[in-house]
Ligand binder design. Structure first.
Ligand code: 13P
Length: 259
């Protein structure tokens, strides 16, 4: 585990703007004492929550980083239902997620589309969180590493080593995510993280060793500390177990105390 650990949540299609603001207020109260050098905290709420969330975080002087769950790769155009980097910046997002498993598998997004989003987000000054993950059948066929390497190499294609300090990667095995998900054990997660780290170093050289590599998929209060102790796991990206501010704060404290 590195000196600085990453704790983030994606609230998916849960929490209205009012609920997000209440949540952020409570999370900030509970975690504001954690120094930024020790922990990077980030929250990725719905689009309609971004503006009110920005106002709340600024009011509180909070260090919680605000992100968007997705982004179109053009500034404007005839793209009904999409949201552009200009709109996300105006709403107050500083981080953009690309390639979440629900985007890839429920909405059939491709690796090439994730690449365009990553490029566009970097060009507009955002940090980018690229999510990668193999499906159960990839694991069964023994092709998980190939799938992960392709997702990473295509998604980050064209990113220059000097831009790598704005890239974060989340490894979220598809079979581990959500209500029916089974969390990966530390051994499996650690092995995949080592492979991903090697690929990041192939892509970016030395800069690849500094890209934060987060684990996500059914992280909960029972497994968070063990996962955080894996050498190549730099952070936890959490869904359900982080949507209650008390629970999320308790995970952060437990991980940091165990470090
Ligand atoms: P869960 O923690 O609910 O499995 O969700 C993980 C996730 O998808 C984070 O983006």
């Amino acid at each position: 585990m590195q000196d600085r650990f990453y704790f983030g949540t994606n609230t998916k299609m849960f929490k209205t703007a009012a609920e997000t603001v209440d949540y952020l207020r409570r999370l900030e109260e509970l975690t504001c004492g954690i120094p930024r050098e020790r922990a990077e905290r980030f929250v990725i709420p719905s689009y309609t929550s971004l503006g009110p969330a920005r106002t709340e975080l600024d009011r509180a002087g909070s260090g919680i980083l605000l992100g968007a769950q997705n982004m179109g790769w053009e500034e404007r155009g005839q793209y009904t239902g999409e949201i552009s980097p200009l709109m996300l910046r105006e709403a107050g997002a500083r981080l953009v997620m690309a390639g979440h498993s629900e985007r890839r598998h429920t909405f059939r997004e491709t690796d090439a589309e994730e690449e365009k989003k990553v490029r566009c987000a970097l060009d507009h000054g955002f940090r980018v969180l690229l999510c990668v993950g193999e499906q159960l059948e990839d694991r069964q066929y023994g092709t998980g590493d190939e799938v992960l390497r392709i997702q990473l190499k295509v998604g980050l294609h064209g990113v220059r080593p000097e831009e790598a300090d704005r890239v974060w990667v989340a490894y979220e095995p598809v079979w581990a995510i959500g209500l029916n998900g089974i969390p990966a054990d530390e051994g499996y997660a650690g092995e995949k993280h080592r492979m991903l780290r090697g690929t990041l170093e192939e892509l970016f050289g030395e800069a690849g060793s500094r890209v934060p590599l987060l684990y996500g998929g059914s992280v909960n209060p029972e497994n968070a500390v063990a996962l955080s102790r894996c050498e190549e796991i730099d952070g936890l990206f959490i869904g359900r177990s982080a949507w209650d501010a008390e629970r999320f704060a308790a995970i952060m404290c437990a991980v940091l105390e165990a470090a």
